[in-house]
Ligand binder design. Structure first.
Ligand code: G3P
Ligand code: CA
Length: 266
């Protein structure tokens, strides 16, 4: 399995793991995503004070662990003592914040990864370089998509790993302006990842015409999934992989029929 070869369309990408069923960005959520049939897991990485990439969405620890403080001010051994499971449910008490190494070691051969580079507002961060080294050490370059709202991080990672896929995350409502500016035309981006409300048929068709994939975040309702299937989206980032795997299966023939209708009507 590799990002370069698409199996079923769209890819089902479990947002922070199967975060509808288990605490986000934990091994429990990533295992669940795999068992529910997700093609890929999306996860967020920050660096600890001792420069170890750990999987957590916020720069601050409070929301998911109850502990006040910043990830980048704490050593890995301190981060490892925190409980990132109880906020979701008592049955997940003691679930730790995983390192990126631990996640790749456990499920690196089972699913694809969308590794989102956080630390967005720190231009001195070594996050792209440190994470690229982890990926190289595990020899999983073809299973990784790097994504970020920070385009400079993506160009830095691509300079180190030229064959790895990179996906530019686009903030809600920014697609039109970035498109007009020509910024989206840079060949660095293998994939564009807009907010789902910014996905339009003409945008999908235009990107496909130049051989580029389009995924949408973060999609958690049946209606939204169906409208994205209808315009031929390549990947759907969701908290609930079952929602998309179910519709993707049942919708295949309908979609083909609709695509045929579109072709006939010009
Ligand atoms: O990858 C898409 C999505 O995860 C970006 O938003 O805030 O959930 O990291 P956020
Ligand atoms: Ca994310």
């Amino acid at each position: 399995m590799s990002w370069a070869i698409q199996g079923k369309t769209p890819w089902v990408i479990a947002h922070r793991g199967a975060s509808a069923y288990a605490p986000e960005n934990t091994l429990a959520a990533f295992r669940k995503a795999y068992h529910l049939g997700a093609d890929a897991v999306e996860l967020d990485v920050h660096l600890t004070a001792d420069q170890v990439p750990v999987v957590i969405h916020d720069a601050d620890l409070k929301r998911t662990t109850g502990k006040a403080g910043k990830v980048n001010r704490m050593l890995l051994k301190e981060v490892k003592k925190l409980d990132a499971g109880s906020h979701f449910g008592v049955e997940f008490a003691g679930e730790a914040i995983p390192t990126l190494d631990e996640v790749i070691e456990e499920i690196g051969q089972k699913v694809l990864f969308d590794i989102e580079l956080k630390d967005l507002f720190n231009p001195f961060s070594k996050l792209p370089e440190v994470v690229a080294r982890v990926v190289q050490r595990h020899h999983v370059e073809d299973r990784i998509l790097f994504s970020s709202f920070n385009p400079i991080f993506l160009t830095r990672v691509k300079a180190l790993l030229p064959d790895v896929m990179v996906g530019l995350l686009i903030l809600p409502g920014w697609y039109a302006a970035w498109s007009k500016s020509g910024f989206l035309d840079y060949q660095t981006w293998d994939m564009l990842i807009p907010h789902y409300k910014d996905i339009l048929l003409e945008r999908v068709l235009a990107q496909h015409k130049i051989g580029r994939k389009l995924s949408a975040y973060t999609v958690n309702s049946k209606e939204e999934v169906i409208s994205l299937l209808d315009v031929g989206i390549d990947g759907i980032i969701t908290n609930d992989p079952i929602l998309v795997t179910g519709l993707r299966r049942t919708d295949d023939s309908t979609r083909m029929a609709r695509a045929g209708e579109r072709a006939v009507s010009g």
